[in-house]
Design a binder for this molecule. Sequence first.
Ligand code: 2NL
Length: 345
Amino acid sequence: MSARPLIDRSSDAVGTALRAIADATDLDALRAAERRIDDEFAAIKREIKSVDAADRSAVGQALGTAQAQARAAADARRGELEATAGAARLAGERLDLTAVGAEYRRGHLHPVTQVWRELEDIFCGLGYEVHGGPEVEDDWHNFEALNFPPGHPARAMQDTLYVNLGEPEQVLLRTHTSPVQIRLMESQPPPIYAVMPGRTFRRDTPDARHSPVFHQIECLVVDRGITMGDLMGTIEVFFRALFGDVEARFLPSFFPFTEPSAELGVSCPFCSRSGCRTCSHTGWIELGGCGMVDPNVFAAVGLDAEEWSGFAFGFGIDRIPLLRNEIDSLQTLLWDNDVRFLRQF
Ligand code: 2NL
């Protein structure tokens, strides 16, 4: 056999191979095409032995060139397909680092804590210090120094929770924040401009308006020449910072630790005194009490009442978030601990 038929078959094989390689759209298709091409070249190679010996090298050369051409085309195509596949994989695996994740629900401060801090902020803005003290007190700081003599009916009015420590009825959960003010006057000389917020305790049966654990804030000023006018002006400024456009009202009253003393009210911030449910249609909301520090209190802490004078006032903190948010019951606010309720505020 002459060289011609196998040389022609080699060049046909290259033509077929180049088309198949060009048509392969992915790496699997390319590998399949390469297998068919290799098979065809192997078949041609097997035929060489039937070519005349003198012509075999011409066939071998043609076959080698054809194979090299096909391999070069396949390598080039593989490079292209790999680049495309790599780019597609990168695009698929791309992480968007700017994507916003699932929202995390943060808690917030309890409504009582919010008001507590707001009160501190207002008084800090007026130049006052914030002080705290022990929740378990002795009889001296809670009663005696505050001009509640032993056996005095004003003591019986406070439903005291005594603690089984020391002498009977000498250690108790503080019934008000006033002992902190006694401690402050005992520990540093005037002038004193301070507020004392804190947790306080009385043996009350829990209901919508009462809780054996509640919160108070008291204010104490001791300086030279302090008058009732300073007391009234300070309270008015404070009420306006807390409630907006309101008036303060003072009704004569009695407290053992102040003389004179007054009940402290604020014009209803919700109806501007025209009467609403919140103020029980009176136009006023009773908040606490106030007065000029009694000379007996100054004597108890060793201050000369001829040199120093001062005022004090106190009120419950819990009332304020109740009023503001129209919450019906102190129990719901303080003790139910229902986040579905509390997260509204
Ligand atoms: C109220 C009334 C008041 C005071 C607290 C006070 C403290 C000292 C001396 C004089 Cl050390 N006074 N505190 C004065 C008047 C009223 O609280 O209704 N609180 C809830």
